[in-house]
Write a protein that binds this ligand. Structure first.
Ligand code: F0G
Length: 379
């Protein structure tokens, strides 16, 4: 058969480790298989001997890690006969749900917080033909409404409370271990609704523990879906979750009523995977920490400016936190560290505006003027 090696998405690659029926119609846009990029300039600047990688999930088809979960959740919904999807979202879930619904030929309804989502994400939902409902409230309000509605209306909920979402997202952990040929010592992620940190812990746990039975602690995550026994690795990484100071329920130990942060993707006060994320943190020996918005934006700019990788603000929380912990020694020298970059920087171009005054200068359209401007910068 021609093109046997063509990559056709994570369901085809990991079908034996996913809970879909063998004859399920696969709704895919070729998601997964994202690059694991080893950073050079940032570790040098930190002056610490660490192997620091970023898993650039912004290179998924709709520009975020959500596509991993969406391909599985939408494939399952379609095989159950669903004709419509619904989600609450800070932007990326809605973009992904809209795209996969379009691909499947079904309807998507997305609830977003009024005025608080990045322009690129809204553009995606609109262009993929979703019905966009801006609610006068935040993500947590949207989540509550969606959960209530899903019981009453013929719509499939595709937020990460849908276990198929987490099953898809766990594959990022498989890819990391395959590429490194080992388990990282630390895995750092931004935490909002807390599905992704949970999903990674499921993935690592499956690799290390094999198929779960009633006795394994991780079994609660996977609802008995795990069928994979790897046996190649025995370790699991420490899971480290970072939140923005204005939206940090894991640091407060309780929901936050009015979350606020420049990283709108993680502007969430009442995470749905609360218990699972705590379990991942506790079982792995990891921790949660918080960052100021400025720290997050500095890391985003440093990564873009010194490594050539442009992620959205929320994504940079993982790297900002890792850099701080590497500097302080909490993450020891000699460690292998992976930071998930959850979404692409082009999702949220507005943040670049704040730096435009120093980066953009207007000159006359003649060679002498341009030469003068260039030489001025090279001094
Ligand atoms: N980073 C980005 C770019 C996100 O879009 C999200 C979540 C997260 C991190 C946090 O991941 O919720 O699994 O802890 N975005 C959701 C959305 C809530 O609606 O797009 P999490």
């Amino acid at each position: 058969m021609p093109f046997r090696n063509r990559y056709t998405g994570l369901i085809n690659k990991y079908h034996d480790r996913l809970p879909l029926a063998d004859d399920a119609r696969v709704i895919s846009l070729g998601e997964g298989g994202t690059p694991l990029i080893r950073l050079n300039n940032i570790p040098r600047a930190l002056g610490r001997d660490v192997d620091l990688y970023v898993k650039f999930e912004g290179l998924n088809p709709t520009g975020s890690f959500k596509d991993r979960g969406m391909t599985v959740a939408v494939s399952q919904a379609v095989s159950e006969g669903s004709k419509a999807l619904i989600c609450a979202s800070t932007g990326n879930t809605s973009a992904s749900a809209a795209a996969y619904a379009a691909r499947a030929g079904i309807t998507a309804f997305v609830l977003i917080p009024d005025g608080k989502i990045a322009m690129g994400k809204l553009a995606q939902a609109i262009m993929h033909g979703a019905t966009v409902l801006q609610i006068r409230g935040n993500f947590d309000d949207g989540m509550r409404i969606v959960k209530e509605l899903a019981d009453e209306a013929p719509v499939s909920i595709v937020n990460s409370v849908n276990p198929y979402r987490l099953q898809g997202q766990k594959t990022a952990a498989f890819e990391i271990v395959e590429e490194l040929e080992r388990v990282p010592d630390y895995h750092c992620l931004p935490v909002g609704n807390a599905g992704n940190i949970t999903a990674h812990w499921i993935g690592y746990s499956e690799l290390a523990l094999g198929p779960h039975d009633e006795a394994t602690a991780a079994c609660a995550f996977c609802a008995g879906h795990c069928r994979y026994q790897c046996g190649l690795v025995r370790e699991r990484p420490r899971m480290v979750g970072f939140q923005s100071r204005g939206a940090a329920p894991f640091l407060r130990g309780e929901p936050v009523a009015e979350p606020e942060t420049v990283a709108t993707a993680i502007r969430i006060g009442n995470p749905q995977s609360w218990e699972y994320a705590w379990a991942a943190s506790r079982e792995s020996g990891g921790w949660f920490d918080e960052l100021g918005d400025d720290e997050i934006l500095d890391a985003q700019r440093m990564l873009a400016g010194h490594e050539g990788v442009f992620c959205e603000p929320a994504s940079a929380a993982s790297l900002a936190g890792a850099m701080r912990d590497i500097r302080s020694g909490r993450i020891e020298q000699g460690s292998t560290v992976v930071c998930t970059l959850t979404g692409h920087g082009l999702k949220d171009p507005d943040v670049a505006q704040r730096y435009s005054a120093e980066a953009v200068s207007t000159v006359d359209a003649d060679t002498a003027a341009v030469k003068k401007a260039i030489l001025g910068r090279l001094d």
